[in-house]
Write a protein that binds this ligand. Structure first.
Ligand SMILES: Nc1ncnc2c1ncn2[C@@H]1O[C@H](COP(=O)(O)OP(=O)(O)O)[C@@H](O)[C@H]1O
Ligand SMILES: [Mg+2]
Length: 459
């Protein structure tokens, strides 16, 4: 760019010079023509010297044979000059010719300063009354112009190098700024890929990079939470399974190592064993239900379900257990509550809630199940007057394995999975479940299910 720019500038300067010099030389050639023709040597020499001095160069008159006749420096008279410009006039027949030359190999310049490296020749034909008489040659000192042009070129080159260096530095800095957060993110992702789920990127800057970092961190948090809850789930599940197994082992060992155990005690142990097996089966069934729902393999088998009948059925199923403990289990069921749903899953919802009501209500207590509908939403309420649930626990009872009173729940055969299954089943049916309770005041669970398949909104 620097070179082409200086070339442009120098071309412009040359052109100007050519035009100026050519004009002057042509004019002079016509002025000198009569003097040359009439061979007024002194007058011509004088005119040459004064005009040459005015133009700041050297003027020569060369005859048709190429011999110098007059020289404003009075040095080369009688010599032959083989200059291309002169030749193109004398033999080429041109009226003017111009050229700038770089003198190489120690050639002496025809200018005042013999050491000049650049020189320009401008020649014009001298036309007399009988045709061409010769050529007027002007030797222009262009050394200064060329030197300053070279200086400009060097300076421009320097500027361009500086600008290029600056641009490169800026580009490097910017690319560093841009790639730094990306490589930080990459490092973090690699760390995470190796199993460190706690790895986070530092969010800084603004715009897309910030958004990316934030989204990444949110995703990482989600993953970590998921990982933690899965670990917790596995450890809770193992713990739940271990308890009945330990009990069974003790019972079995007693049976093995005490062969002379009384028959009634033996029968009792056997019954306990059977009970523990039931418990294990219950836990495993619940776990399977949960994992099925987790992996979204849980398929609803929708059909037209008469929820009223289903509720009555469930009440009949649990009536004997209630009777055994002297509890009053009542139902207030609005008949003909039909909706499209998975029958067995709805049955599980009612069963789990009612069973909980009976379980967490002392002997002789009351549990009432009610069902009514406004045509769009079916509302199922299970209300008891049992132990109730403290406020701080109400937010957790739908979590897996969460039990308010661990000891009592285990005693009654609970796993802490029932309500979490209920909530997932309700959600699967696009319904909502809420609880209202206070310690010692009983608990009321309300399930709202949409009858038109659309989501139930609000509470
Ligand atoms: N009707 C209720 N009255 C009082 N507490 C309840 C009732 N239903 C559930 N809970 C509390 O919520 C916990 C979770 O219930 P659930 O998931 O069914 O587990 P489980 O019945 O196996 O203990 C229970 O351990 C109990 O503390
Ligand atoms: Mg339960």
């Amino acid at each position: 760019m620097a070179t082409s720019l200086t070339n442009l500038v120098s071309e412009h300067l040359y052109e100007q010079r050519i035009r100026q010099d050519s004009l002057s030389v042509e004019k002079l050639a016509t002025t000198f023509a009569p003097l040359f023709q009439s061979a007024q040597a002194d007058a011509l020499q004088e005119a040459l010297v004064s005009s040459g001095g005015e133009m700041g160069g050297r003027l020569m008159i060369i005859d048709e044979d190429g011999k110098v006749q007059f020289d404003s420096f009075s040095q080369l008279c009688g010599m032959r000059l083989q200059l291309p410009e002169v030749l193109s006039i004398l033999t080429g027949g041109q009226s003017t010719a111009y050229g700038i030359h770089h003198l190489e190999g120690g050639a002496q310049a025809l200018t005042a300063n013999a050491a000049d490296e650049y020189v320009a020749y401008c020649a014009a034909s001298i036309i007399g009354t009988r045709g061409r008489l010769g050529a007027l040659l002007f030797v222009a000192p262009v050394q200064e112009m060329m030197t300053s042009l070279q200086n400009v070129q060097q300076q421009l080159l320097r500027v361009f190098v500086l600008v290029a260096a600056a641009a490169l530095t800026v580009a490097l800095v910017f690319s560093q700024i841009i790639t730094k957060p990306i490589s930080a993110l990459t490092r973090t992702i690699q760390k995470m890929g190796k199993g460190d789920l706690s790895a986070r990127v530092t969010v800084r800057g603004s715009g897309e990079m910030r958004q990316l970092a934030e989204s990444y961190n949110t995703m990482a948090e989600q993953l970590e939470r998921l990982d933690r809850s899965r670990n917790q789930f596995v450890s809770n599940a193992s713990h739940e399974l271990k308890t009945p197994l330990a009990t069974m082992k003790i019972l079995l060992e007693s049976l093995i190592y005490q062969p002379d155990m009384p028959a009634e005690l033996r029968a009792e142990f056997m019954q306990d064993l059977n009970h523990e097996i039931d418990r294990l089966t219950g836990i495993i069934t619940d776990l399977l239900t949960l994992t099925q729902m987790d992996s979204r393999r849980m398929e609803l088998r929708p059909s037209m379900v008469n929820l009223s009948e289903l509720a009555e059925e469930t009440l009949r199923l649990l009536a004997p257990a209630a009777e055994q403990r002297g509890q009053v289990l009542t139902g207030s069921i609005q008949p003909g509550c039909n909706l499209v749903a998975d029958r067995s899953k709805l049955g599980q919802i009612i069963y789990n809630l009612t069973e909980n009501g009976l379980k967490y209500t002392p002997d002789g207590g009351k549990v009432s199940v009610s069902l009514h509908t406004d045509g769009r939403t079916a509302v199922l309420t299970v209300k008891d007057n049992g132990v109730g649930i403290p406020k701080e626990d109400q937010g957790h009872i739908f979590e897996r394995f969460y039990r308010v009173d661990k000891a009592r729940s285990r005693e009654t055969g609970g796993t802490g999975l029932g309500l979490s299954i209920v909530r997932q089943l309700v959600t699967l049916h696009k319904g909502i479940i809420t609880v209202e309770s206070a310690p010692g005041m009983g608990a009321t669970f309300t399930v709202k299910l949409p009858m038109d398949g659309k989501e139930v909104s609000g509470s």
